[in-house]
Structures are given as structure tokens and as C-alpha cells.
Design a protein around this ligand. Structure first.
Ligand SMILES: CC/C=C\C/C=C\C/C=C\C/C=C/C(=O)SCCNC(=O)CCNC(=O)[C@H](O)C(C)(C)COP(=O)(O)OP(=O)(O)OC[C@H]1O[C@@H](n2cnc3c(N)ncnc32)[C@H](O)[C@@H]1OP(=O)(O)O
Length: 273
């Protein structure tokens, strides 16, 4: 049970919020759990909640680190909610994209130590969130991670690509993006997409152990270093947010893209029958 005792502080109502934040003010570590069953797909509401939660944590001077995790067993996040992109309106698409941009700018640009506890599948937008953290621990076994956009007939935006380039380098990114590759935890480890692979039950303890190393470093020096490493990629999006949102809405509205998304949704449903 979360948020029942001192020193925990909740920023969301347990059982209600789609983004649950538990802040341990003794350790300075917040745990942010995505909570949108069945698969934590990221719709406008979740992305808005996530963006606000990240902003609040960044402003909380007692907070030094954040663990990004899931409250839904077997899933980290299924990525963007495809239904936000299928048969939507241009206005909704723009609002949705702005919320994604803001949540991502908040996460990738966070002054906190950020760690992803990947205890389930993590395709596309889920992989983006994980890659945007400083460190990734993934559960061994059947779960997969990767930017699979091309398999949906869509294209990973330039800032998804930039984050992947910074994580696994040019050659692996080129293959991963063209193929829309999904990797097992062991494969992800071998290309540097995740930093550690452990049995499911050990993901959280491993993250907590790793955090101790990171929190030994004085914050100011670490933050200056992180900012210097990430500034170029952040500025590239910051300088063209509106153009990027408009481009997304135009691209996603194309008939050919809508047909591809419709076919992909049907294939997801067919898998179940
Ligand atoms: C030049 C470029 C310029 C601009 C850019 C333009 C375009 C690019 C835009 C955006 C980038 C996109 C990023 C994304 O994140 S797209 C989303 C990609 N995600 C996926 O492909 C994941 C699909 N899902 C799965 O593979 C499985 O669901 C999963 C392995 C995650 C879990 O499997 P499980 O067996 O546990 O669950 P299911 O039974 O499959 O699913 C339950 C339920 O949920 C629905 N579902 C799944 N994923 C999504 C999703 N991402 N969005 C919405 N709904 C989703 C699934 O259909 C089931 O629904 P139902 O049948 O009604 O129960």
C-alpha cells in the first residue's frame, strides 16, 4: 500500500490519479507510477498529469530523484494512445502533441536523478519515457522495448530519434528505427538501450541500490553536467514546438497514415481472438 505513512507524501489520490506520485521526504526520492490500465497508453489526460507531476517534483527542493514505474503489472507503457491519433480532429491532435512535448521536456530536462523501473512491455512512447531517464533497469523475460513506429506506418519524430541516438549511437538507431525493432531485455542490454537486466522482483531493489550511487554525487555538479549533455536536443524541440505540433497533426491526418493506423488497431484486436 502506498502513501499511508509518514514520510510519504502523495501528489495524487490513490486509486484515482492516472499518474501516482509518492514522495519520500526522508530519502528525497519520488516514485511516479503510470496507472492507466490495461496498458498505460498515453492519452492527453495522462500526459498532462505526467507533465504537471514532473513540474511539481522539479520545483520541490526536498526532491532529489525520481523513479518512473508502472502501477499496472506486465506493462511499463504501451506508448502513445493510438486512439488519440486515429480518427481524431486536428485541434485534438495539436493539444495531444503539446502535452507530449511538455511531459517529455519536463522528463528529459529534469534536474532530478531519473531512473526507469521497466517491469513490463515498453514500446514506442513507453521506450521514449524510459530512454529519457538517466538510468534504466529492465525485468528479464518476455517483455520487449523499442521504438516500433514504422510498424504502425508512422515515423518516430526527430526528438525521439535524437534521444535514441544519444542512448545507443547512430548505427544501432538507424537499424532500430527503420525496422521498428522491438528488443528483449537481454538484447536491449547488449546494445545499451537499458543499463541493467534483473528478475522482475529485483527491478525496484536494483533501482534503489543504483540510486544510492547517483545520490552520492553533489547535485549542482551532476545537474550542470546533465544539462550540458542534453541541452542541444532539448533546444532543438524547444525552438520549434508549434511547428512540430502542426506537422504531427498534418502527418497523422493523411489518409494513408489513417489507413495504416486502422489496420494496426485491427491487428491488435485480432491477436486476442
Ligand atoms: C516525419 C514524422 C513527423 C511527425 C511524427 C508523426 C507521427 C509519429 C507520431 C507518434 C509516434 C508514436 C508513438 C507511439 O507510442 S505509437 C504507439 C505504439 N504502441 C504499440 O504499438 C503497442 C501496441 N500494443 C501492444 O503491442 C500490446 O498491447 C502490448 C504488448 C503493449 C500489451 O499486450 P497485452 O496482450 O498485455 O495487451 P493487449 O490485449 O494487446 O491490449 C489491451 C488493450 O489495450 C489496447 N492497446 C494496446 N496498446 C495500445 C495503445 N498504444 N494505444 C491504445 N490502445 C492500446 C489493445 O488494443 C487492447 O484493447 P481492447 O482490444 O479494446 O481490449
Amino acid at each position: 500500500q502506498v502513501c499511508t505513512q509518514v514520510p510519504y507524501r502523495c501528489y495524487s489520490t490513490p486509486g484515482v490519479g492516472q499518474v501516482q506520485v509518492d514522495m519520500n521526504s526522508e530519502t528525497g526520492v519520488a516514485t511516479v507510477r503510470l496507472n492507466r490500465p490495461p496498458v498505460n497508453s498515453l492519452n492527453l489526460d495522462v500526459l498532462t498529469e505526467l507533465g504537471i507531476a514532473l513540474e511539481k517534483l522539479d520545483a520541490d527542493r526536498t526532491c532529489r530523484a525520481m523513479v518512473l514505474a508502472s502501477a499496472v503489472p506486465g506493462i511499463f507503457s504501451a506508448g502513445l494512445d493510438i486512439l488519440e491519433m486515429y480518427q481524431s480532429t486536428p485541434e485534438r491532435c495539436v493539444a495531444f502533441w503539446r502535452a507530449l512535448q511538455d511531459a517529455w521536456l519536463g522528463l528529459y530536462g529534469s534536474r532530478l536523478v531519473t531512473m526507469a523501473a521497466i517491469e513490463g512491455h515498453s514500446p514506442a512512447g513507453g521506450c521514449l519515457l524510459a530512454m529519457s531517464c538517466d538510468y534504466r533497469v529492465m525485468a528479464d523475460g518476455k517483455f520487449q522495448i523499442g521504438l516500433n513506429e514504422t510498424r504502425l506506418g508512422i515515423v518516430a519524430p526527430f526528438w525521439f530519434e535524437d534521444v535514441m541516438l544519444n542512448t545507443i549511437g547512430h548505427r544501432e538507431t538507424e537499424k532500430a528505427l527503420q525496422l521498428g525493432a522491438m528488443y528483449s531485455a537481454q538484447q536491449a542490454l547488449s546494445i545499451g538501450l537499458v543499463d541493467k537486466v534483473v528478475p522482475l522482483a529485483e527491478v525496484m531493489p536494483t533501482v534503489q541500490g543504483e540510486l544510492k550511487n547517483w545520490l552520492q554525487i553533489p547535485d549542482a555538479a551532476r545537474v550542470i553536467t546533465k544539462t550540458s549533455m542534453r541541452k542541444q536536443v532539448l533546444d532543438r524541440l524547444r525552438s520549434q514546438k508549434e511547428k512540430d505540433a502542426q506537422f504531427f497533426a498534418d502527418f497523422i491526418g493523411r489518409d494513408s497514415v489513417q489507413r495504416s493506423l486502422g489496420a494496426y488497431i485491427a491487428s491488435l484486436q485480432k491477436r486476442k481472438s
